[in-house]
Design a protein around this ligand. Structure first.
Ligand SMILES: Cc1cc2nc3c(=O)[nH]c(=O)nc-3n(C[C@H](O)[C@H](O)[C@H](O)COP(=O)(O)OP(=O)(O)OC[C@H]3O[C@@H](n4cnc5c(N)ncnc54)[C@H](O)[C@@H]3O)c2cc1C
Length: 451
């Protein structure tokens, strides 16, 4: 291997550090960690692990709560050194290596007044995020991350390097856009870049008694303004320092003007005096830092997902009350939160479900039940409560799921219904492609046990 790859085993100075993940429960004791520094390192590591039939995981940002980027005793291919981002300004393309974080892409593109669609928390890795679909503030205007992916270089289970695009290895290119982590290691992504101005955005926090009026205001806003350039996320959370329950919102207007922002969110501002308001004009990358400090590394974590098609006040009241009660009774889980993403959906829903492996191509609001707690003995209590919240929310939506918010712990064994909920009718084709490109199921961390 080239000199700058680094191989770590237990006892080496950086070994423990290399195992750290966003969720403590995703940390596993790898047999070997390979910190790759080149495409060749990836090829050699895949061939070595595959030939020796070793458990194998790839790590980019380390944000999956499932342990999908960790291995107990096996090989971890750590891509964090492969984080170079290059912008081709003339052709409006971003070449990002498979270990880059969203922040690294946002910041480099912004130097040229450009951006692509990545997530709203810039410390997530682009690897997992893109390969599952990828939602963010720019989704309303430009669709999902995969809708902006024009090419990739991937190493498949046989150690082959393959270039993927709409005209090269089209079947694999189709598969990695929504089911990517099951098909190979992406060395490089190529994204479309879009011209991007400064934005007006920020956080606004309301007290609990405003719940009904906030939801009503959001519904009014959605009636007239569910649009490409305005988005919101709202969260049931307990805010530091005293961890009082609140309704916090991150409002996003893809326009630098304060007037446009105030007009866009006028119904929300009619809810009355917020507890806290921090809004302003900012460079685009900054908007993806606004909530980062509330979702730090550390503690045990799990994520459950629901897709709802309407914001029903009585359901949300039930969910809110349950949230407050649960976090009061379980103070070590007080940093748990429930997040509702409201991004414009026209663009991503205009792509047919069979055009890429990502199947839930319809308008929905993504709900994330993000659990955070301290002790292993509470795992089941937290999980059971989260499941009950998921079922309550499903009353206002369906059972479709976004693979990036599916915790593998929630997916023990092969579950036909679960697979349908994630990939819909695309699963049959994915199964055939899995047999073609990875018949021995070398990539096995991807939210499904292949039948
Ligand atoms: C705080 C937080 C905020 C989030 N916000 C958003 C959001 O705004 N929008 C959104 O869509 N999602 C969001 N997510 C979900 C996120 O997309 C997933 O957690 C995703 O798996 C994170 O990718 P990662 O590279 O950081 O994770 P990792 O744990 O490193 O990897 C996740 C999976 O992807 C595989 N993988 C990673 N890189 C590669 C690669 N280069 N080639 C092949 N396989 C690879 C790994 O093997 C693993 O199975 C968020 C998650 C968190 C925790």
């Amino acid at each position: 291997m080239p000199n700058n790859a680094c191989i770590l085993t237990e006892g080496d100075e950086d070994y423990e550090k290399s195992l750290v993940r966003w969720a403590d429960n995703a940390i596993k004791k790898a047999g070997i960690v390979v910190q790759a520094a080149s495409l060749d390192d990836i090829v050699k590591t895949v061939k070595f692990a595959s030939k020796n039939n070793l458990d194998f995981a790839v790590c980019c940002g380390g944000h999956s709560t499932s342990g999908g980027s960790s291995s107990e005793g096996g090989v971890v291919l750590d891509l964090r050194k492969l984080n170079n981002v290059r912008v081709d300004v003339e052709n409006k393309l971003i070449y990002a290596q498979g270990g880059a974080l969203a922040a690294e892409v946002d910041d480099e593109a912004w130097k040229y007044g450009l951006a692509t669609v990545l997530g709203i928390v810039n410390h997530t890795g682009i690897g997992g995020l893109t390969l599952g679909g990828g939602f963010g503030h720019l989704t309303g205007r430009h669709g999902l991350s995969i809708d902006n992916l024009v090419g990739a270089t991937i190493v498949t289970a046989d150690g082959e390097v393959r270039e993927l695009s709409a005209s090269k290895n089209e079947d694999l290119f189709w598969a990695i856009r929504g089911c990517g982590i099951n098909f190979g290691v992406v060395y490089e992504f190529i994204f479309k870049a879009h011209e991007q101005k400064e934005v007006f955005a920020g956080l606004i926090v309301y007290p609990p008694e405003k719940l009904e009026s906030v939801i009503e205001a959001i519904n009014l806003w959605l009636k007239d303004h569910r649009e490409e350039d305005g988005g919101a996320t709202f969260v049931f959370a307990r805010f530091p320092p005293d961890l009082q329950p609140v309704i916090a919102m991150c409002l996003f207007s893809n326009d630098p003007s304060e007037q446009v922002f105030r007009e866009r969110f006028a119904t929300i501002y009619k809810c009355g005096e917020p507890l806290m308001e921090q809004v302003g004009c900012m460079p685009y990358p900054k908007v993806n830092t606004l909530v980062g400090d509330f979702v730090t590394f550390g503690d045990r974590k799990g994520i459950l997902n629901a897709h709802i098609s309407r914001l029903n006040i009585s359901t949300l009241r039930e969910v809110y009350d349950s949230y407050v009660k649960f976090t009061q009774e379980n103070p070590l889980a007080a940093q748990t939160f429930i997040n509702f993403d409201i991004f414009g959906s026209k663009k991503f829903a205009s792509v047919p479900p069979e055009a890429t492996a990502f199947s839930p191509r319809k308008p929905f609001y993504n709900v994330i039940i993000a659990q955070r707690w301290k002790n292993e003995q509470d795992d089941k209590t937290i999980y059971d409560w989260s499941k009950s919240i998921q079922s309550t929310l499903e009353r206002d939506g369906d059972k479709s799921l976004y693979v990036n918010f599916v915790d593998i712990a929630d997916n023990i064994g092969y579950d036909e219904e679960r697979v349908k909920n994630i990939w819909g009718n695309n699963f049959q084709k994915l199964k055939e492609l899995k047999r073609k490109y990875d018949p021995n199921v070398f990539f096995r961390k991807g939210a499904v046990i292949w039948p």
